[in-house]
Design a protein around this ligand. Sequence first.
Ligand SMILES: Cc1cc2nc3c(=O)[nH]c(=O)nc-3n(C[C@H](O)[C@H](O)[C@H](O)COP(=O)(O)OP(=O)(O)OC[C@H]3O[C@@H](n4cnc5c(N)ncnc54)[C@H](O)[C@@H]3O)c2cc1C
Length: 368
Amino acid sequence: MLRDAVRSLAEAKIAPYAAAVDEEARFPREALDALTANDLHAVHVPEEYGGAGADALATVIVIEEVARVCASSSLIPAVNKLGSLPVILSGSEALKKKYMTPLAKGDGMFSYCLSEPDAGSDAAGMKTRAVRDGDSWVLSGVKRWITNAGESEYYTVMAVTDPTKRSKGISAFVVEKSDEGVSFGAPEKKLGIKGSPTREVYLDNVRIPADRMIGEEGTGFATAMRTLDHTRITIAAQALGIAQGALDYAKGYVKERKQFGKPIADFQGVQFMLADMAMKIEAARQLTYAAAAKSERGDADLTFQGAAAKCFASDVAMEVTTDAVQLLGGYGYTRDYPVERMMRDAKITQIYEGTNQVQRIVMARNLP
Ligand SMILES: Cc1cc2nc3c(=O)[nH]c(=O)nc-3n(C[C@H](O)[C@H](O)[C@H](O)COP(=O)(O)OP(=O)(O)OC[C@H]3O[C@@H](n4cnc5c(N)ncnc54)[C@H](O)[C@@H]3O)c2cc1C
């Protein structure tokens, strides 16, 4: 029922704008409005804070169905989870109440600020500093590649509170867009997900009350990593949705396109490509849903499974979207058809929330 409802909404209210959002590299406002009106913009927020209380699998299905028509728009529910999960996992009750309530209502999105210009895969090498001053913390530094920066009201920011301790000297904070000293860089000009703004976040002596720290001092990096264990599954869902969208389009196209006097779907070479695409998608779906169940239960092997789902599904998305372009021939290579956008959008799923090389490092360290 959830899938049917989200699919209908996505096809009616999000798909019609997907090409324009990509072409104009603009924020998918129509998608945000449609998702918010239907309580799908941050489905993971627990009911006690006014949220829909969707479990990890339901959240995955929402993201998958939105990504099937518009990958940029799927980053609205996905990044709202990424940005707010540190608060849900480690924040005080007061912090949860303060920030999850407006998020659930649609009064403000959440972003996640871990990466920096010189700290990507090696996130613990970050330089952003938070210094205690009486009842406040003062944050300074630059966060890079922040999804929905400028659009979000709330930012989970990881910053160094003790430079002698590396990852154990990192703490997490909630910073608000309206805090004095917060500003944003120019939007990055990207290959894909062009509707999802990616900008730097500048923190220029941003003074925030001490109770905006998420969890204890020195636990921010652990919280950031624990968050990724859960949210990499949402990137797997995004990849899965992009791949399914490409397969669905190609499936229809091959029945219409005629060469050598018959639909190209009649050629076994084409049928085998479609069979492989569908097989890989189904394998990615099973891995992703199993990982979502583990996320919900908090299973001990979640770290391996989350990394495996993200890595596998994103590689599948890249393969399947490339094959979809191939099946449309020259037409697939143009912006008159959606599959080239899907191929460009798929690429990011192999890069963010840890590159697929990093996922392999994570898996190797946590072999089942
Ligand atoms: C569109 C977009 C949105 C993003 N959104 C966010 C966001 O909202 N919040 C956020 O905090 N970050 C975000 N990121 C950042 C993203 O997570 C990083 O780009 C990613 O982790 C890689 O870091 P890097 O770009 O510095 O690459 P690098 O770490 O410099 O990696 C370069 C290459 O080296 C490889 N490599 C590095 N170390 C190793 C190793 N030990 N072994 C093998 N290979 C290695 C990598 O796999 C990669 O191929 C986003 C990035 C993009 C592009």
